[in-house]
Design a protein around this ligand. Structure first.
Ligand SMILES: O=C(O)C1=C[C@@H](OP(=O)(O)O)[C@@H](O)[C@H](O)C1
Ligand SMILES: C=C(OP(=O)(O)O)C(=O)O
Length: 414
């Protein structure tokens, strides 16, 4: 399905949207719930990635077979978190696989770390990549060193199973730590269910845990990465445009909440009120060149790049080495699609620079490369020019209701 987006009457009604729960928080909580079934989750994400995670865990618990195939499609967190989960399920055997792209996304660092702890995992196709054969076993070793500069998901995966390990876990993180807020999110959620953790320099310790785990329901905050597209819409809209989004809080566990600060550069103010945020376009600002280091929030890089292009702001976004191993090579995809629209873009292995453009070409067909964030991040340009988004249903990986919400915002979606 392709969608054709237009801004038919040029004026935008004030809208209120309820966004679904964070997929990152949800996938952590689903794994913890599988380990501690008394946990209750409120406002879980409706994303495909969370559905995939839920289904994998449910089917695994229901089956009487001791060997099964689990397919996580495009869901990186599901792939990494379930690798660790199945590794400790004694007496079971699972083949864990995913989409063609998933088979190109590395898992070696995680597999090596689990093997150091005693896990039995083998590669079924290419060394270092899914699919994996995982024989569940008791992990008795306790200390492991691993590189922290490729994906924080490896570290989160190990932390999530840590309270169930006989002797707890000590992780020594080597090299520069990437996507740090996601590690902090994992630690915060462990703490919230009553698991003790200790962070000292580059070492994280999780104390082995039996019970009690707390019994109150855990409420997942709505997804800040999904909110980023509304920040972009508001940034590209005329002064005075507003939108209200629920349910968000000031002290978020999600690193992408840094949007509140970043979008001030584009004249967007955020007002927090009773678990809602109102985004308000208050000024047309044009910083000379916007330099941002996004190592802590890689998932909003595409949103910010497109906002800058739409506003004609020169930007240099760095700290993005992980973008090459996400749903697609996001740096290359951004460069290709922005160039089609008339931008002059240059990339390195970890950065992108978008130069000032004279105009935005109309009716360009944006390719999405099986990457939800390509479709989501280019949509706000509809406020500037008519635009076509190819394979628009990719958005369901994180934000299935996106196109409905875009219609509510007053954009024509055909
Ligand atoms: O732990 C998580 O929930 C995530 C961590 C990040 O990945 P990396 O640590 O691989 O950058 C992020 O990009 C991804 O969307 C979700
Ligand atoms: C990178 C992402 O997800 P994952 O790594 O979990 O597939 C994302 O949602 O942008």
């Amino acid at each position: 399905m392709n969608v054709f987006l237009t801004n038919p009457n040029g004026s935008i009604p004030t809208t209120q949207l309820q966004l679904s729960g964070s997929k990152s928080e949800t996938n952590r909580m689903l794994l913890l719930q599988a380990l501690y079934p008394q946990i209750k989750i409120v406002n879980a994400s409706n994303s495909d990635d969370s559905q995939v995670m839920l289904k994998a865990l449910k089917n695994f618990q229901l089956t009487t077979l001791n060997a099964q195939l689990v397919d996580v499609h495009h869901a990186g967190t599901a792939m990494r978190f379930l690798t660790a989960f199945f590794a400790i399920k004694e007496g079971t055997e699972v083949v864990l696989t995913g989409s063609t792209r998933m088979k190109e996304r590395p898992v070696k660092i995680l597999v090596e770390a689990l093997r150091q702890l005693g896990a039995e995992i083998s590669y079924l196709e290419k060394e270092g990549y899914p699919p994996l054969r995982i024989k569940g076993t008791k992990l008795t070793k306790q200390k492991v060193n691993l590189a922290a500069n490729i994906s924080s998901q490896y570290i989160s995966a190990l932390l999530l199973i840590a309270p169930k390990l006989e002797n707890g876990l000590e992780l020594v993180l080597e090299g520069e730590i990437t996507s740090m807020p996601y590690i902090k999110m994992t630690l915060a959620l462990l703490n919230e269910i009553g698991v003790k953790t200790l962070v000292e320099n580059n070492t994280i310790k999780v104390i082995q845990h039996q019970l009690p785990i707390i019994h109150h329901p855990i409420t997942v905050e709505s997804d800040w990465s999904s909110a980023s597209y509304w920040y972009s819409f508001i940034a590209l809209a005329p002064i005075g445009t507003q939108i209200t989004l629920a349910s968000f809080k000031k002290n978020s566990l999600q690193g992408d909440s840094v949007l509140v600060e970043i979008y001030k550069n584009f004249g967007v103010e955020t007002i927090f009120n009773d678990k809602k945020i109102t985004l308000h376009k208050v000024a047309n600002l044009e910083p000379a060149t916007l330099n941002l280091e996004l190592n802590n929030c890689p998932d909003i890089a595409q949103t910010i790049a497109v906002t800058c292009f739409g506003l004609g702001i020169v930007c240099e976004l760095s700290g993005l080495h992980t973008l090459k191993i996400k749903e697609t090579d996001r740096l290359l995809a951004l460069q290709t699609e922005l160039t089609k629209l008339g931008a002059v873009v240059s990339c390195t292995d970890d950065s992108i620079r978008i130069n000032k453009s004279q105009m935005i070409k109309e009716n360009v067909v944006i390719s999405t490369y099986n990457d939800h964030r390509m479709a989501l991040s280019f949509a706000p340009l509809a406020l500037k020019v008519p635009i076509v988004i190819e394979n628009a249903d990719v958005v369901s990986k994180s934000y299935p209701g996106f196109w409905e919400d875009v219609k509510r915002f007053g954009i024509g979606v055909l």
